[in-house]
Design a protein around this ligand. Structure first.
Ligand code: ADP
Ligand code: MG
Length: 256
């Protein structure tokens, strides 16, 4: 029905002599958890940067709800309701957890960041809504009571959760998570997996996930694309890909 929610077609990206993405194509249906996996250097983060306008591809097309994303600046992609987290956490280090989440919402606000700085009367109500919503999101990701902490003082796992809250403040329809459980304990990891499932099942959110923890990937993904050296080597359900000999070879270096 909604076959064209998100489609990438023949996306290619080179860095000098390195082909980070080669003719990568994939289609995501609304409310799916779609995972991108593959060894380090496979091109997963490069794909996120291509989707979000941070580093556009050399060729190919990426369409979201019928709209071409290639050529849009990051702010325009965010306005199209695509939010992301980063493999290397990017928070405003000296801001509190609450402030980081509020800033994440600014693209949604009519007045934008400049209006927030000058704070004319029409934006005050928006600011109050943003703050209320930020409290809810921090609660949702498990950071209740930590709102006033300066983000650099949070543990690594808490900073990752804060990044998710900040991304959700944008009220995205598509959420891109780049290794959200990296550096987390098993308990923290399973809490994040539950959170992603909740976002899909309770809010109908669509999630594009890059994740190294295979129990998470195989446990929560609807579909998976396996990449190696920028190319798709397998695609399908968790059952399909984990029995694919090319996947075993890419991960085990031919030992299979
Ligand atoms: P993954 O996220 O799957 O580990 P990346 O997308 O980060 O892989 O990287 C894919 C390839 O592209 C790697 O060989 C990496 O070194 C290269 N690469 C990524 N970003 C850049 C960049 N900004 N400049 C040069 N090479 C890059
Ligand atoms: Mg990466």
């Amino acid at each position: 029905m909604d076959a064209e929610f998100f489609t990438a077609m023949a996306v290619t990206k080179r860095f000098g002599g390195v082909t980070a993405l080669l003719d990568l194509s994939l289609a995501i249906q609304r409310s799916q958890i779609y995972s991108l996996i593959g060894p380090n250097g496979a091109g997963k983060s490069t794909f996120f940067n291509a989707v979000t306008g941070f580093d556009p591809p050399d060729s190919g097309s990426i369409q979201f709800q019928g709209r071409e994303l290639v050529g849009l600046a990051p702010e325009a992609v965010a306005t199209a309701r695509i939010a992301r987290t980063y493999q290397n956490i990017r928070l405003f280090k000296s801001m509190t957890a609450l402030e980081n989440v509020i800033v994440g919402r600014h693209v949604l606000m009519r007045a934008g960041v400049f209006g927030a700085v000058f704070n004319p009367p029409p934006t005050r109500r928006e600011e109050e809504t943003a703050e209320t919503r930020a409290f809810e999101l921090l609660d949702f990701v498990g950071l209740r009571g930590r709102e006033a902490e300066v983000s650099i003082n949070l543990s690594y796992g808490d900073q990752r959760r804060l990044e998710i809250a900040r991304a959700l403040a944008l009220e995205p329809e598509l959420l891109l998570l780049d290794e959200p459980t990296a550096g987390m304990s098993p308990a923290e990891t399973s809490a994040v997996a539950d959170l992603v499932l909740h976002l899909r099942d309770e809010r109908g959110l669509t999630v594009l996930l890059v994740e190294h923890d295979m129990s998470v990937v195989m446990g929560i993904s609807d579909r998976i694309t396996v990449m190696d050296y920028g190319e798709e080597i397998a695609r399908g359900t968790p059952d399909e890909v984990q029995n694919d000999p090319r996947v075993l070879e890419a991960y085990l270096g031919g030992a299979a």
